[in-house]
Design a protein around this ligand. Structure first.
Ligand code: UDX
Ligand code: ADP
Length: 474
């Protein structure tokens, strides 16, 4: 029986996942560790380092009871029966496999730490999204450093939570995946992990399989989701060039029960820490396996996403009379989607950089992303400073109304609910004319905005069609 769990890495995955395990398993002590002092301090404070609806309540209920946050990784490893590894696995920005392969240095460091300090046998569970065969690497590190009387079982238990709905996803997952070695010890370890999830998840939703299947399923699931967005975004480009409306087309497609309605919202492109990274993992894996056609197939999903972001940014410049130099533009939303403060791979970063390069001044507003993060994201790309001047060209605002004052255009990048309820008449009155609104999330009513006087551009709808519709309305 597992009575003590340690988690290495208190980020977007480790923090919420372990908080929910602590909530649902009061008989288990859960210790979440991180090498970052400030992150642990934040987990122990009233301002958690991760914004996630419902997370505060769960942490408040369990912290100090059976949920603990500490930087003392070694003690937590020694005490634990089971260790989750949920450290970050970014895409490599250097060396062989640069821009494609996952950087596994944090996973390896965690594995080495476990091997070094463990004095009793442990189940080690990889939770981070990792390339196929990472479990084998962890296994090799552990086996090569094992002390007498100590043994390890490595399991793959990928996390499927989406940011912004993490607590709900953890409480009511579609399925739990557990991969393990096909040996007696392996099966026993799998069963022990199953017992933890059975505290709140029906048995039929817990799928067990071999380790590689589990690792590949995670990558493939994210790749399928990403390609769905790229597919609908490719159709949005055709809509903008013809007279079709992407919302109508998506509805028409999604009502086919074989296709289904979810994940068909055309947008300014997908972001987040997983989709691009995992698709690139598959591309790299395919290249290594000498399957160039498979690699090219999946790489096109990324190409389509890059195209969508660039297309939108170019459309802004084009509509603003082919120049944004010296113009003020309000940016509504900077996170990669609503209900999170996470900006990793956020399309807003790419759109903003494009506009800054063209000489625009940006007034950025996001309800959850701190100013410092916005400045970091816009200043650096892979450690190289860009040519524009973030200090001079970017103002970070604390509300959308002040962000819009004296601007030529609003560019909506994140679908925060609060953008639905704004007083757009008041906003329009405070802007330069003609006032433009570029809706990268297709969330606002074109008709209402046009009645106020805005010139509206939205994803997946041809401009002339929008204007005609307005004339017909009037
Ligand atoms: C994703 C997976 O959903 C999750 O299962 C996995 O564990 C981690 O990666 P996440 O990145 O948190 O989760 O968010 P998700 O809701 O999947 O959105 C990813 C991106 O796609 C966002 O930028 C979102 O705005 C965009 N998106 C999503 C669209 O553009 N259109 C859609 O229809 C859906
Ligand atoms: P994810 O979205 O995968 O959860 P994050 O970057 O949010 O990724 O979180 C990963 C966390 O793991 C970070 O807070 C980082 O400090 C922590 N971490 C990385 N390596 C180690 C390690 N060897 N020991 C402890 N914590 C680590």
């Amino acid at each position: 029986m597992v009575l003590k769990i340690c988690c290495i890495g208190a980020g977007y995955v480790g923090g919420p996942t372990c908080s929910v395990i602590a909530l649902k398993c009061p008989d288990i002590k859960v210790v979440v560790t991180d090498k970052s002092e400030s992150r642990i301090q934040a987990w122990n404070s009233d301002r958690l380092p991760v914004y996630e609806p419902g997370l505060d309540e769960v942490v408040k209920q369990c912290r100090g009871r059976n949920l603990f946050f500490t930087t003392d990784v070694d003690t937590a490893i020694k005490e634990a029966d089971l260790i989750f590894i949920s450290v970050n696995t970014p895409t490599k920005t250097f060396g062989f496999g640069k821009g494609r392969a996952a950087d596994l240095r944090y996973i390896e460091a965690a594995g080495r730490r476990i091997a070094e300090v463990a004095k009793s046998s442990k189940i080690v569970v990889e939770k981070s999204t990792v390339p196929v065969r990472a479990a084998e690497s962890i296994n090799n590190i552990l086996k090569a450093n094992t002390k007498p009387g100590v043994s390890f079982q490595v399991l793959s238990n990928p996390e499927f939570l989406a940011e912004g709905s993490a607590i709900n996803d953890l409480l009511h997952p579609d399925r739990i995946l557990i991969g393990g070695e096909q040996t007696e010890e392996g099966r026993e370890a799998v069963q022990k992990l199953c017992c933890i999830y059975k505290h709140w998840i029906p048995e039929e939703k817990i799928l067990t399989m071999n380790t590689w299947s589990s690792e590949l399923t995670k990558l493939a699931a994210n790749a399928f989701l990403a390609q769905r967005i790229s597919a609908i975004n490719s159709i949005s480009a055709i809509c903008e060039a013809t007279g079709a409306d992407i919302t109508e087309v998506a509805h028409g497609i999604g009502t086919d029960s074989r296709i289904g309605p979810k994940f068909l919202t055309a947008s300014v492109g997908f972001g987040g820490s997983c989709f691009q990274k995992d698709v690139l993992n598959i591309v790299y894996l395919s290249e290594c396996l000498n399957l160039p056609a498979v690699a090219a197939f999946w790489h096109q999903v990324i190409e389509m996403n890059n195209f969508q972001r660039t297309r939108f940014a170019r459309r802004i410049t084009e509509k603003l009379f082919n120049t944004v130099a010296g113009k003020n533009i309000a940016v509504f939303g900077f996170a990669f989607k609503k209900d999170t403060g996470d900006t990793r791979e956020s399309p807003a970063i790419y759109i903003c950089k494009h506009l800054l390069e063209e000489g625009a001044n940006l007034h950025v507003y996001d309800p959850k992303v701190p100013e410092q993060q916005i400045r970091i994201d816009l200043t650096y790309s892979e450690g190289i400073e860009d040519c524009f001047k973030v200090d001079q060209q970017v103002t970070v605002c604390t509300d959308p109304y002040s962000a819009a004052v004296n601007t030529h255009a609003i560019v909506l990048c994140t679908e925060w609910d609060e953008f639905l309820g704004l007083d757009y008449k008041k906003i329009y009155d405070s802007m330069f004319k003609p006032a433009f609104l570029f809706d990268g999330r297709k969330m606002l009513s074109i008709e209402n905005l046009q009645k106020i006087g805005f010139h509206v551009e939205t994803i997946g709808v041809k401009t002339s069609r929008i204007q005609n519709r307005n004339v017909a309305d009037a």
